[in-house]
Write a protein that binds this ligand. Sequence first.
Ligand SMILES: NC(=O)c1ccc[n+]([C@@H]2O[C@H](COP(=O)([O-])OP(=O)(O)OC[C@H]3O[C@@H](n4cnc5c(N)ncnc54)[C@H](O)[C@@H]3O)[C@@H](O)[C@H]2O)c1
Length: 268
Amino acid sequence: MSGYFEQKVAAVTGAASGLGLGISEELLKRGAEAVFMGDFNEEGLKRESDRLSILYPGKVFPILTDVTKLDQVQKLIFDAKNYAGHLDLLFNNAGMGLTLPTEKITFDIWKFIIDLNLMGVIHGTYTAIPVMREQGFGHIVNTGSIAGKVPVPYQAVYAATKSAVISMTECLQYELENDGLQFSVFCPGNVRTPIFAGVTPPADSISVEEAVEYIFDEIEKGSLMIIFPEAVRQADYLYREKRDDFDKLMKQLADERRENYRTKGTYC
Ligand SMILES: NC(=O)c1ccc[n+]([C@@H]2O[C@H](COP(=O)([O-])OP(=O)(O)OC[C@H]3O[C@@H](n4cnc5c(N)ncnc54)[C@H](O)[C@@H]3O)[C@@H](O)[C@H]2O)c1
């Protein structure tokens, strides 16, 4: 560990559960000065921030935040910045998965997922950029997904939002690195979080702890693109370099999901 997170002021969205909670806790473990935890789940946010406050007194600041509402995201970010006069790290993480057959997708579902998974990240990113530009430093970490890197059947809506998050993050890195800003986007495979509520997490899923440790090590290195675990890096490689093999795998997956929907009413 290089001490990259020591004395840092950070804001995290989707901080009451899963990866956002794991990220908040790891920031505190690695010596952050203050962690502003944003989430719209009031009860979960209170429970988890109270728990972390006992372990790290004076360093945890829960802010009720719906990322689809610009003014609430602004409050989270400005509160964090005003705490000690600087905002070092922002994790735009709040989001939800969606795996559904096309005939069940409505335009309202498209709007809902775009508002949460894409506009939520845009609200955070474009609020933090002027703050970080003015101070001359800052690191914005966005949560993507492997579904935004490679096409996955039955995930068109989710994948569209995540690939937009990924390309936006990459573009901004090249545009703003001369202003002292650093961007990262992490693209996990399956991580065992409540995102799998109601279904059995896939056999290849990893724990939040494993995911967060990998993410933090890569953030410290200044990696722009963070893809994990290995099986998912292989899928990305196949997609780019061995397209026929990738096509076969995804057609198999589409067949499996089609059959699961027909027989069980769910994708797995
Ligand atoms: N778990 C996985 O397998 C996986 C894989 C790839 C990417 N991701 C991404 O990781 C991120 C976190 O997911 P997770 O698996 O930890 O899920 P999770 O359900 O455990 O956590 C998501 C958190 O976001 C919060 N949230 C939802 N809508 C919100 C809103 N409008 N405003 C503020 N907070 C809101 C929820 O209350 C919850 O606390 C998501 O962006 C997800 O797409 C997860």
